[in-house]
Each structure stands twice: as structure tokens, then as C-alpha cells.
Design a protein around this ligand. Structure first.
Ligand SMILES: [Fe+2]
Length: 542
């Protein structure tokens, strides 16, 4: 046994030893001309054929080049430009908040024959035999004058931005505030994506470890260990194209689904974005949405639209300002939001389920984030199976999977975690039903579920360092019960993740509420792929 009492597992000393991996560090410019580097960004996240893409690039090399390629089932290079003159630009200390402000470096027009998709932009520079490469990504939408595809994938750019640590600050950690150590409630889109958001080496660990944590071994965080070792963002496995949307896009492309691509930022700017499509798709870690984004989905469903959500963690309301260039989210400190106490308090950037927002996510997607939270991260349900337990195998979505009552969906491919959404429920005759106490409609059918928590078990392993602890449970307890006591913490600790189906008027919603669903597609789990195809084929049918 490796346990050793009575000292608590997380001592200041073990915390200090682990701080480089678990605490805040970030990717950003060296601010030193002697260091060979290249970084770039575009003012917008998505473009249609005919649009002009402007590149803002800073490099310490004399010359640089870039390549654009469609990142689908195969990577297809579509544009290479070489031998551009390099310029090294000042990067403001508050670039995460205010933007980099670098001047234009190059521009190109998206040709008409570029198919919709995610397009990787590779910036490269060389000096004295050394070569550096960094990446950016844009979405290419379908030309406005072409008929809409049956499906539209709306990328979780609110969450990408919230986790983007480039330049120092994101919505989690940062270098803002009087002490220079606070997260930023305001983030700019005018900066590069952090390393690992656009492109990752094959085999980079996912946030959910490949096997359940063992109770008598020190807990591990393979993705943070890998990120630190190889110089990637600590948040690479939490958000971004490379870890999430890309896995779905490659799978769908390989099968031949006809997809349009857009971003949540597009949806905020254009409430009619979904019109003309039969099915809107959301995948991955999708935590940050604005009210106009939700309004657009609700209106789409009310008009008979179908929503296929294979994503988790629908937690925070945001606001986009300055034509989408700035994202606001005060989160746990929502009382600091200038809209607090005003007649616009429902737009305060806090949790959807809490006052003053009070618009449970279940009203849109059939599940709530505060009823879910962590599974498989650290000791938060770290010993769980990695799959959903099946309760209603006769549902059309599970046809052809061979799964029966009590079987596990996706355990082998580890799809359950690391954040999941659920509902308050009760069990009758071995079947779960929504209680309706948390905003979830009684018409919602629960197909499968697993358990989650927001308090890490402390196994008192000598040398162990925990990451999540109990701070999320304390936030929920304070918010729901007004005080943090052992009883309110206990009442705030239990959650679940669900697969639900909900016929809502003439529209329909299917939610498999787990960030890691896409891992099942990438790992070739045929049962996970069958469920996905059942949903997409039904929702995309005329
Ligand atoms: Fe999250």
C-alpha cells in the first residue's frame, strides 16, 4: 500500500512540487528578438468564399511562409505562400484582454472551390538552420448563394476562447488584477490560439485518462504532464479544434455526411444562421454560450429544427461585445458583472441555472451542467467505467448497437467525462425519469446515464496532489443554499451525465451530454458510431 496517514493528501509541500504542472503557466510571445518564433491570428473565426482573410503575424525571422489546408478526413493543402518579409511586433502585456494589435502581414481571398470545413493555417519560419511552426485555424462556411447542407456543425468557439491561455489570461487563470495573478472576465479574439488548440501530435493524451484511476495509486493527470513536458498549453485537452470538433469532422467527412461549418460566434451575430438546415450539431466541450446563441437554437427547434448535441458542460452565460471581438464572463464572481442589479440582470454572466440568470440549460438541451460536472478527472468519479449505463435499449437511437439494459456504452473508448451534464431524476421499476425540479421537462426520455461528482475523493495517498478538490461544490452550495457547510456540500456533490431524447413541439433534441463522446468516434467504437449515425440519419432526413 502506498497510503500513509494521518497527513492530508494535499500538503502545501506536495502542492509546491507539482505547481508547474497543475498551476497556471501559459503560452505566449518570448518578447525577445533572439528567440526564433512565429505567431499569427485572423480578425475573424470564419469566412465564406469570396471573403478576404487578413493574417496578422509576428516573427523574429527575416522571412516566413504559410500554408492553408483543409483538415478533413485527410489533410489537403490548398494554398502555400513563401518568402514573405518577417516583422517582429510588440505584444502588449494585456494582449489576452485587449488583443495583440499587430498590423496586417498578408491577405488572401477564399476561393469558391474551397469546401466547407476547418482550415488549418501553418505559419513557419527558419533561421540559422532552426525551424519553428505554429498553427491557426479558420472555419470556411458554404457560399451564401448555395443551398444549405442538411447538417451544420457549430464549433464551440465560446469555450475555445474561454480556455485560450495565449498571452497570459483566460477565463480560468491569468495575469490580470492588482496582483497580476487573476483570471480575466474579458477576453479578446485578436490573438493566436494557444499551442495545441489547432493541431496536436497523434497520441497526445486526452483529458480523460486511458484507464480508470486506481484507488491505491497516486492520481495522474497525463495530459497536463504531457503538455508541460512538450511545451503545449495546459488547456490543450480542454478546448479547441484539435481535441474535439476535428475528431467529429474527420469521422463525418470519412462517411460522407454533407456538413456546413460555423462557429458559436457566427450564431451570436446571425440568429438566422441555422435556418435552412435540418439538424444543428454541437460536439465536445461546449461550456460558454451567450443568450443570443441560445435564443437562435430555441427558435430553430420551435420551427421544427433538430438538434444533435454530443457535448458536455453547458454551464456559463457569456456576452459578446465589440462585434464579437470581446467575450465577457464573470463566472464565479458574477456579482462583479456591471449588469448585476440592473433591469438586464438576466444577462449577467453567471451560471445558467442560478440567479439572476435563472434559465436552466435543460430548457434548451434537456440537461443541466450543475446536475452533472466531473467524471474521470482526478478522483472525481475517477474509478468509473468510462461509459454510460444503458437503461432504455429499445429506443431508436440504440438500434443496431446490440446493447441491453445495464450494458455499458463507450466504456472501452472512454467517452464518459471529463465533464458531463445531467438532470435530477428518480427511478421507478428500474428506469430513470426526470423529476422536473430543475427545469428539465417531464417529456424528456433518459436513455442512458452515469454518475459524476464535483468533490474529489481523498484517498490519503502519500504524495498525491489533487486538482479539482471541492471548490466547485462549495460554489454550488453557496449559490443554492447560501452557506457552505458539510450538509450543503454533501447536497451539492452528486451529479450525473445523461443521454436524453426530447420531442419538443415539432422540433427534436438529442443530447449525449459528455465532452469525450468524440473520443469514441476517433477510437473506432462501433457502438458509439452507430448511435451517432442513428441520430444524424433520422435528424437529417427530409
Ligand atoms: Fe468545462
Amino acid at each position: 500500500m502506498t497510503t500513509e496517514g494521518p497527513c492530508p493528501a494535499v500538503t502545501p509541500r506536495t502542492r509546491a512540487r507539482a505547481r508547474h504542472i497543475l498551476d497556471h503557466y501559459y503560452i505566449g510571445p518570448a518578447r525577445d528578438a533572439a528567440v526564433l518564433e512565429i505567431w499569427g491570428y485572423t480578425p475573424r473565426m470564419s469566412y465564406a468564399p469570396g471573403d478576404e482573410v487578413i493574417l496578422h503575424v509576428s516573427t523574429t525571422a527575416d522571412r516566413w511562409s504559410y500554408e492553408v489546408g483543409r483538415d478533413g478526413a485527410r489533410y489537403e493543402p490548398v494554398l502555400t505562400v513563401e518568402n514573405l518579409p518577417g516583422q517582429h511586433h510588440e505584444t502588449p502585456a494585456d494582449c489576452s484582454v485587449m488583443g495583440c494589435g499587430w498590423p496586417e502581414s498578408a491577405r488572401f481571398i477564399v476561393p469558391r472551390d474551397w469546401r466547407p470545413g476547418g482550415y488549418l493555417i501553418t505559419f513557419a519560419a527558419e533561421r540559422d538552420g532552426d525551424r519553428v511552426e505554429e498553427h491557426h485555424l479558420i472555419m470556411v462556411r458554404r457560399a451564401c448563394d448555395l443551398p444549405r447542407a442538411p447538417y451544420i456543425l457549430v464549433c464551440a468557439t465560446g469555450t475555445w476562447l474561454a480556455y485560450n491561455c495565449w498571452g497570459g489570461s483566460n477565463h480560468y487563470e491569468g495575469i490580470t488584477g492588482p496582483e497580476g495573478n487573476a483570471f480575466s472576465p474579458v477576453l479578446s479574439t485578436h490573438r493566436p490560439w494557444t499551442r495545441g488548440f489547432c493541431k496536436l501530435p497523434a497520441g497526445a493524451p486526452r483529458a480523460l485518462p486511458d484507464r480508470p484511476q486506481r484507488p491505491d495509486e497516486m492520481v495522474r493527470y497525463p495530459y497536463m504532464e504531457w503538455a508541460y513536458a512538450y511545451g503545449y498549453s495546459k488547456k490543450y485537452a480542454s478546448a479547441g479544434w484539435a481535441s474535439y470538433e476535428r475528431l467529429f469532422a474527420r469521422w463525418a467527412d470519412g462517411i460522407g455526411y454533407d456538413l456546413d461549418f460555423a462557429t458559436l460566434h457566427d450564431l451570436d451575430a446571425d440568429p438566422s444562421l441555422l435556418a435552412g438546415h435540418r439538424c444543428a450539431i454541437f460536439v465536445g466541450h461546449d461550456e460558454y454560450w451567450s443568450a443570443p446563441m441560445r435564443d437562435a437554437v430555441d427558435a430553430f427547434v420551435a420551427a421544427g429544427g433538430k438538434v444533435a448535441r454530443f457535448a458536455g458542460n453547458f454551464l456559463w452565460q457569456t456576452r459578446l461585445e465589440d462585434e464579437g471581438r470581446r467575450q465577457i464572463c464573470h463566472k464565479y464572481l458574477a456579482g462583479n458583472d456591471p449588469l448585476s442589479g440592473t433591469d438586464q440582470a438576466h444577462l449577467v454572466t453567471g451560471a445558467w441555472e442560478l440567479e439572476p440568470v435563472n434559465r436552466p440549460g435543460a430548457l434548451t438541451f434537456g440537461v443541466n451542467a450543475l446536475q452533472g460536472i466531473y467524471a474521470g478527472l482526478g478522483r472525481c468519479a475517477g474509478g468509473g467505467s468510462g461509459g454510460f449505463t444503458v437503461y432504455r435499449p429499445g429506443h431508436w437511437a440504440l438500434a443496431g448497437t446490440g446493447l441491453g439494459y445495464g450494458d455499458q456504452l463507450g466504456a472501452a473508448s472512454r467517452i464518459f467525462g471529463y465533464e458531463v451534464d445531467g438532470l435530477d431524476y428518480h427511478v421507478e421499476d428500474g428506469l430513470p425519469f426526470p423529476t422536473g425540479t430543475d427545469g428539465g421537462s417531464l417529456d424528456i426520455t433518459i436513455l442512458a446515464m452515469g454518475l459524476a461528482t464535483n468533490i474529489e475523493t481523498d484517498n490519503r495517498i502519500w504524495g498525491e496532489t489533487q486538482y479539482i478538490g471541492a471548490s466547485d461544490a462549495a460554489f454550488k452550495a453557496e449559490s443554492l443554499y447560501g452557506e457552505v457547510t458539510p450538509d450543503t456540500l454533501d447536497a451539492s456533490a452528486r451529479g450525473n451525465g445523461m443521454i436524453v431524447h426530447w420531442s419538443k413541439g415539432s422540433g427534436e433534441i438529442f443530447t449525449a451530454a459528455s465532452c469525450e463522446w468524440v473520443a469514441g468516434l476517433a477510437r473506432g467504437d462501433m457502438q458509439v458510431a452507430t448511435v451517432k449515425r442513428n441520430v444524424l440519419d433520422r435528424f437529417g432526413a427530409r
